[in-house]
Design a protein around this ligand. Sequence first.
Ligand code: MRU
Length: 366
Amino acid sequence: MRIEGRDYKTIWLDADGRRVHVVDQTLLPHRFATRTLASAGEAARAIADMIVRGAPLIGATGAYGLALAARENVGDSYIEAARAELLATRPTAVNLRWALDRVSSLLLAAPLSERSALAYAEAARIAEEDEACCEAIGVNGAAIIAGVAARKAGDTVNILTHCNAGWLCAVDWGTALAPIYKAARAGVALHVYVDETRPRNQGASLTAFELLNEGVAHTVVADNAGGHLMQHGMVDLVIVGSDRTTRAGDVCNKIGTYLKALAAHENGVPFYVALPGSTVDWSIRDGVKDIPIEERSPREVTHISGQAENGDIVEVRLTPKGSPARNFGFDVTPSRFVTALITERGVCEASESGLGALYPEKLGAF
Ligand code: MRU
């Protein structure tokens, strides 16, 4: 994506192909800055502190984290320890495990002398594939948006989205926002309702930043507004991303997604989930039972940060000092509330047979 007149991905290597650079998402939308990751430990901290975030991007960062580790030491135990450190950073998005397994299994089977180069090459492949997948999701999802626009005879299509599943969550394009970018660039008149997405406000800070930058009409709404908007016919479709989707089509995504799906179901609004194949966890069926839900620091609930009038980024307390808080990062939307999954291979029912038709090679693998 183009920011301040320059093309950016969310992650890239420096000219000598060693150190890793990322966009620092903790400063957005107030400041656009990049960070350098010089070691596996720095990559792990960047994921844990959400300097990088979003399921596909933490997968790519994990892969580059292993490449940084292999630059330090190519021994089995060092690679395995780095893998464990990276994996422990965030438990819900399955792309992290998927990418770490892909790189580490390759490395551990290779001669020591080849490991470092192999790790960088595989991490780069993961990043390139992610970008291509997200662009294909964009094409497949844009056809759905164009269909709605045709039914509305060219009237503005109103889309609701939750959290940030745009280019900042992936290497480029994003998942849920990719169809929006493709449709908007094709001339479809659309408008996006952006859930603010408490507690970390990825919608208000990141999705709004992206849409503003891309010139897509949008309105930020409080998380609790979605039901009201749908009751009043103000939303034509919902598109969200996913951090882990089971083989049966249950969708785990940012906390609050489930409530939007319930409201969409009640009001007959189509509810789509956009995801690359790397977000499907083929080893599980029941998302509510089997997906670990990350619980982050209560401070993200009790406090909020933003930009003061003098330009400083400040944090203020919202709650009384004695009130306990809990911070659940994700929830699970059962497949019956999902109209369809939008993937890089096409659009399918949120079910084992739907996913299996698109990814037949995965069905027997578990
Ligand atoms: O906690 P985050 O910001 O890493 O959460 C990820 C998300 O942005 C969303 O859940 C998103 O919808 C899925 S990531 C493609």
